[in-house]
Design a protein around this ligand. Structure first.
Ligand code: RAM
Length: 544
């Protein structure tokens, strides 16, 4: 009886969650959710084993002050008492995402007479293993950190870590044991991704560092391609619009798994709020649902451009037609935030979170003005491709008005740069978005970029997501050498510091920078950082 009641409660709560999650604004939301499910990729699994034992060495010149040094083969862990090896670090040789299982055996004539308590710490970078997690000072949940304590009541035994992990290094500590000796019998890691690794042969003229950057970008993207485009397989393991856009761009020039992009576009649309505004992020479990109330207006607009790029890459008009009302609605929602003079009003309620970058004190107003124009122009291109331009015939004139207003309000002609906010801040990104939106002419844009990038006090970007758009803007105004140099210096900088997947946050001047107040909680395999794959392969004449 009790069991039946529990099942009923389970069914009701699942149903209420999914009913609650679907947008009431779009009549087709339910169907979109089904289409999204139908495009869900079957994951590909591969078994991996640790390759070697390593030791972490303090080194002021290494990234975050730590590097790994090879110790030797893992064989002793299968022969000698684990008690002797407490604190051992295993290197799996590459970044992996999936599930870890192991078994323990007794050594010689031992008999187990007490439980064994082991701690497994999975780390993407060496610094994570050498920075105490507690007392935890970070802003996000402590539970994201990948340390797991397991108590095993007898040996021999088979066990597994109860959650999916993402890592390259694994540290094992023996926290509790009795007099008997035990060792590993087996150790195995089942890695997963929506795609298989691919080989991409770049032109023989390619700088070896660019080849490496391409490889690291490919691994980053592969690891983030799961049943959605995840932002990071360690954290937050969910779909964000900004990450999706850049992942889909890189995917179109590499793995070409367009079904995953389709799935994500439908999923986001179905989970919009009841005004039709997209949530910036959605989750799959236990049922698809949005992070309620989490709206980022820049991300909502970027969705339209992601849809356009998807249509260009696939020719899938059915999906683009289905989702066209979502694109219109994002523009309408954004326009509500503009003043009568057509300037983005930062103070007008509701005040939206604008992402753009992880960077303190960066003024986002000019960037948002530019991004809205850019999205409007791209959405109009989408309308034209779908033969729907009559529905939105006022958009081109609106874009002209917004550009005019932008030039009046934000362009400092004398200095030749865009300024933003009360302090008239000069940032890289304010220039970038006025270039991408064609508010500045290409000549003005080139001057603005050169000026901003040579100003010691200009606000420079804090993460690879923002640098993506800087590279785009440089390419747009013909600064190809500068774009290539930036790609090599910035992403190459991570490679030189040992990255085998690209990091969520990277400031060459501060290895411990964290938007969350504690660098070990940063994600070190982050979707939005994979875009060199897109640049290198879309523009071979420049990068190869
Ligand atoms: C973080 C993640 C994600 C990003 C959002 C805005 O949680 O880094 O990639 O899109 O912020």
């Amino acid at each position: 009886m009790k069991k039946h009641l529990l099942i009923l409660i389970g069914i009701l709560s699942t149903c209420s969650l999914s009913c609650f999650a679907q947008s009431k604004y779009y009549k087709a939301s339910k169907e979109w959710l089904q289409k999204s499910e139908a495009s869900k990729p079957a994951l590909i699994y591969k078994e991996h084993h640790p390759l070697r034992i390593v030791n972490s060495v303090k080194d002021a010149n290494a990234y975050q002050g730590w590097r790994m040094e090879e110790v030797g083969s893992i064989d002793p862990l299968f022969r000698e008492s684990l008690k002797k090896h407490s604190g051992v670090i295993l290197d799996f040789g590459e970044h992996l995402t999936g599930d870890f299982t192991f078994s323990l055996k007794l050594l010689s004539k031992a008999v187990s007479d007490a439980p064994v308590r082991l701690k497994f710490t999975f780390a993407e970078v060496p610094g994570e293993l050498n920075t105490p997690f507690d007392p935890y000072p970070g802003g996000l949940s402590r539970a994201w950190l990948q340390d797991e304590v397991i108590t095993l009541m007898t040996v021999p035994i088979e066990a597994s870590i109860p959650r999916r992990v993402s890592f390259r290094y694994l540290k094992i500590d023996v926290l509790g044991s009795s007099s008997f000796d035990f060792a590993f019998d087996k150790m195995s890691f089942k890695a997963q991704s929506a795609v298989e690794p691919i080989r991409m042969d770049l032109a023989s003229t390619t700088d070896p560092l660019i080849k490496q950057i391409n490889e690291v970008g490919l691994s980053t993207l592969k690891e983030c391609m799961q049943t959605v485009y995840e932002d990071g397989p360690k954290r937050d393991r969910r779909l964000w619009i900004g990450d999706l856009y850049l992942e889909a761009l890189a995917n179109a020039y590499s793995y070409k798994n367009h079904a995953l992009t389709k799935r994500c576009l439908y999923l986001l649309a179905a989970l919009s709020n009841d005004e039709g505004l997209l949530h910036a992020t959605v989750m799959e479990d236990p049922q698809p649902h949005p992070q309620e109330g989490q709206h980022c207006l820049d991300y909502a607009l970027i969705y339209n451009v992601a849809l356009l790029e998807y249509l260009k890459a696939t020719g899938d008009r059915e999906t683009a037609n289905d989702l066209w009302p979502v694109a219109i609605r994002q523009i309408e929602m954004a326009l509500r935030q503009f003043s009568p003079e057509m300037i983005y009003d930062m103070q007008k309620p509701p005040i939206y979170w604008l992402v753009f970058d992880w960077k303190d004190n960066y003024d986002r107003q000019a960037s948002m003005q530019g991004l809205t124009i850019w999205a409007l122009l791209h959405s109009y291109e989408l309308a034209k491709m779908l033969g729907k331009e009559k529905e939105v015939k006022e958009w081109p004139a609106l874009a002209v008005q917004m550009k005019k207003a932008a030039r009046k309000y934000f362009y400092d002609k004398k200095q030749g740069v865009i300024v933003s906010g009360e302090t008239k801040q000069v940032s890289y990104l304010s220039q970038v978005w006025m270039i991408l939106s064609e508010t500045l002419t290409l000549k003005e844009g080139a001057r603005a970029m050169k000026t901003a990038m040579s100003m010691p006090d200009a606000c420079y970007p804090g993460c690879p997501y923002a640098y993506h758009y800087v590279v785009e803007a440089l390419l747009k105004c013909g600064m190809n050498d500068e774009a290539k140099k930036l790609l090599v210096d910035y992403w190459g900088g991570m490679v030189k510091k040992g990255a085998d997947t690209f990091w969520e946050v990277y400031d060459p001047n501060n290895d411990e920078l964290s938007p969350y107040g504690f660098f070990p909680i940063n994600s070190y395999c982050h979707a939005w950082s994979c875009t060199p794959v897109y640049f290198i392969n879309k523009y071979p004449d420049i990068f190869q």
